[in-house]
Design a protein around this ligand. Structure first.
Ligand code: SF4
Length: 392
């Protein structure tokens, strides 16, 4: 593992190497104060990301190009951050130090939980199992409605973190009895180096890898990642480039490219669309989106329409009316998508799975509880039709 040395990062050289501007960004304290921090902080599982700890969680960027005058360009996502020495990336988790790109989120997750897989949501992949779920700080988007802005719109040192390097994550996932590790909550593209190394180890040890993402990634790192992924849920935030720019700070086409690439790679993935009033609740846009999905990805990738609740900078909007979600589900099914769900609406018919051939109830969901499961060997128990996904 390539790390920034402690010496280089903070104590002697940091001020000289990075200049006072970056040092302030990286470190809310002065180097002199950092040196005085208690040594026993290292032994703590949870730490408030003291600046003198950050060096431990640095790792050279997975994919970047070096330019003249020590500048670098990150190749992970379409933001293509070009950073001069001392600059920090859009996703806030990368810095240029002395002409090299470093991730500062390698082994320091800010969220660690064991979740039902249905929460991701993944409805067609190992139902009733759990996913050991991790996130590190940062995101390459700026969604106005972000549900996790406290961890996605901050720098790694702004949040409380635990110390879990890839082997620790795999070990913890196994001892939690989880079938999978999910890279989730914030935006895993912003901790790509940590994610892919963990996923490679997990794959070797028979643990599945789940990617829960905005899909705003370049093809090359996506193909690398796809090689060790088992399933994904990728958010298609809108079917309009203008809305992507306004609501999320991204663009539509790279996300569509992600869907095409994952489909061609034969990866199991599900699609999530959050229906935000005034932004993505347009019926015509939903029709176009569903036609595109059927035409480019076929009818078998499950689609989840999620109900919006007021959040973050869109806290004055009303929640999505349930009728809108029900209508969108009908639109998608009419377009030919076989498995369409309504999320964030308890006890709705759209929570369940019905066989696309005989229409019988296959999976009943009550929250994350599954009282009915009528799928055997991946087939409908009533008509023997193969149901897309992995069921055991
Ligand atoms: S992953 Fe981060 S550093 Fe790399 S291009 Fe995207 S926003 Fe920039």
């Amino acid at each position: 593992m390539i790390k920034i040395s402690r010496r280089q990062f903070l104590i002697t050289g940091a001020g000289t190497l990075l200049g006072p501007g970056l040092l302030d960004m990286l470190c809310p304290f002065t180097p002199a104060l950092a040196q005085k921090a208690p040594k026993d902080i290292r032994g703590r599982i949870f730490t408030s990301a003291a600046p003198e700890e950050l060096w431990k969680w640095s790792h050279e960027g997975f994919l970047y190009e070096k330019l003249e005058r020590d500048r670098v360009v990150c190749g992970i996502c379409p933001n293509s951050c070009m950073l001069s020495p001392g600059d920090r990336s859009i996703c806030r988790s990368k810095v240029n130090i002395d002409g090299k790109l470093y991730s500062l989120t390698y082994g320091n997750p800010c969220s660690v939980n064991v979740d039902p897989i249905e929460k991701k949501p993944l409805f067609h992949f190992l139902p009733k199992t759990t996913a050991f779920s991790i996130a590190a700080a940062g995101c390459n988007f700026r969604c106005l409605n972000c549900q996790n802005w406290e961890i996605s719109q901050v720098r790694p040192q702004d949040v409380r973190t635990s110390e879990l390097f890839p082997p620790d994550v795999v070990r913890a996932a196994k001892s939690s009895g989880s079938a999978s590790i999910a890279y989730t909550y914030s935006e895993p593209i912003a901790f790509f180096e940590y994610m892919i190394d963990t996923a490679r180890l997990a794959r070797q040890q028979g643990i599945n890898n789940l990617w829960i993402s905005n899909g705003y990634i370049n093809t090359k790192p996506l193909l690398e990642l796809s090689g060790v992924l088992d399933a994904a849920n990728v958010n298609l935030k809108a079917f309009s480039d203008g809305i992507y720019r306004k609501l999320n700070g991204g663009r539509l086409e790279p996300v569509l490219n992600t869907f095409r690439t994952m489909h061609e790679a034969g990866l199991h993935f599900e699609i999530t669309n959050l229906v935000v009033p005034g932004y993505t609740d347009d019926q015509e846009m939903a029709e176009k989106m569903c036609s595109w999905i059927v035409e480019n990805l076929g009818p078998d990738h499950p689609l989840h329409f999620l109900r919006f609740f007021p959040r973050y900078k869109l806290d004055r909007l009303p929640p999505t009316p349930v009728e809108t979600l029900v209508k969108f589900r009908q639109i998608a099914m009419k377009a030919g998508i076989r498995y369409v769900y309504v999320g964030n609406v308890p006890n709705n018919e759209g929570n369940n799975t019905y066989c696309h051939n005989c229409s019988k109830l296959l999976v009943e969901r009550r929250g994350y509880h599954i009282p009915v499961l009528n799928i055997e060997d991946g087939r409908c128990r009533f008509c023997n039709t193969k149901i897309p996904g992995r069921w055991a």
